[in-house]
Each structure stands twice: as C-alpha cells, then as structure tokens.
Design a protein around this ligand. Structure first.
Ligand SMILES: CC(C)(COP(=O)(O)OP(=O)(O)OC[C@H]1O[C@@H](n2cnc3c(N)ncnc32)[C@H](O)[C@@H]1OP(=O)(O)O)[C@@H](O)C(=O)NCCC(=O)NCCS
Length: 141
C-alpha cells in the first residue's frame, strides 16, 4: 500500500533516509515539513513495515522529486516504480517534474528514463566531487 507519511512512520523514514545521506535527519524536520501543503512523502507499506519512500515538493507546477529509496532487501520488485506512478497520478497535466541524480547512479538513471525523464543539464560537483544530472519529465508532452 502506498500512502502519505504519518507521524508513526517518521522513525523508519529517518532510518531509511540515513542510507541516502548521513545528514538526512538534520535536513528533514518531518514534523514541520509534513504540515506544509507543498511537501509530500509517499511511503510504501508492506505487512505493516515501511520498505521505501519518495519525497517530492509541489509548488506552482514545478515538482521536485527530492528523495527516493527502497530498503535493500526489497529492491527490484517495482516498489520504486509504484511510488513514482503514484506521485505522477497525483500531479496536474501542466506540472513538470525535476530531479538530480549522481551521474554514476546508473540504476536510478535507468529507472527515471523508463518513466520518461530526460537529462537536461549537468551540475558539476553537485555531490562533493561528483557531478549530477538534472532530469526533467513533463506530465503532458
Ligand atoms: C533506485 C531504487 C530506488 C530503485 O528501487 P526499486 O524498487 O528496486 O526499483 P524497481 O524495482 O521499481 O525498478 C525499476 C527499474 O529500475 C532499474 N533498476 C532497478 N534496480 C536495478 C538494478 N539492480 N540494476 C539495474 N537496473 C535496475 C531497472 O530499469 C528497473 O526496471 P526493470 O525491473 O524493468 O529492469 C533503489 O535501487 C534504491 O533505493 N537505491 C538507493 C537509493 C537511490 O539511489 N535513490 C535514487 C536517488 S536519486
């Protein structure tokens, strides 16, 4: 089941988020952010466990896919694909989605390309020494 985050999920989301970046917990004040209309965190729940989540912000037709992670033992079972599908279903036809991904994260790049995202820009040294691609996907072409 995919649904918006609730307070009871914060701990698990912080735990999973640590796998994405070590300062995840200090970057995200989930209690505060979840009170904002533009902030969304979709969680994937299976057997009462959160096994993945997707964070996006939605402001005036610009949607930023900020974070996406699936617990390692649950990967390759379309959890991320279902999370992206759900986000897209929630969006308006005029929306454009943007994201940044490390240029060597081939798994994520492959996934995003399957969803019609295209590289529109390269941001140099976006992740420390590593470059990032900026990818875009329009809801209606
Ligand atoms: C990227 C990530 C979210 C994918 O989650 P997932 O639930 O395993 O992805 P899905 O099962 O929906 O896979 C969809 C597509 O992604 C690509 N993909 C996923 N895992 C892959 C792998 N191990 N090798 C190659 N391609 C892979 C494939 O194109 C796959 O399509 P296919 O199943 O038809 O081959 C997951 O690997 C992850 O959490 N990685 C670490 C965090 C991260 O990199 N997040 C993105 C930051 S921008």
């Amino acid at each position: 089941m995919i649904r918006e985050i609730q307070e009871k999920d914060f701990e698990k989301v912080y735990e999973l988020g640590l796998l994405l970046h070590e300062n995840f917990k200090t970057t995200y004040n989930l209690k505060e952010l979840t009170s904002k209309d533009y902030f969304h965190c979709l969680v994937y729940e299976e057997k009462n466990q959160i096994i993945g989540f997707l964070v996006y912000t939605d402001l005036s037709e610009i949607v930023d896919l900020v974070d996406l992670i699936v617990e390692p033992k649950h990967r390759k079972k379309k959890v991320a694909s279902n999370l992206i599908d759900t986000m897209i279903t929630n969006l308006k036809p005029t929306d454009k989605i943007y994201l940044e991904v490390a240029v060597d994260n081939h798994i994520a790049i492959d996934l995003y390309q399957k969803f019609g995202f295209e590289v529109i820009h390269t941001r140099e040294k976006y992740y420390g020494e590593k470059d990032a691609y900026v990818m875009e996907r329009r809801i209606t072409e």
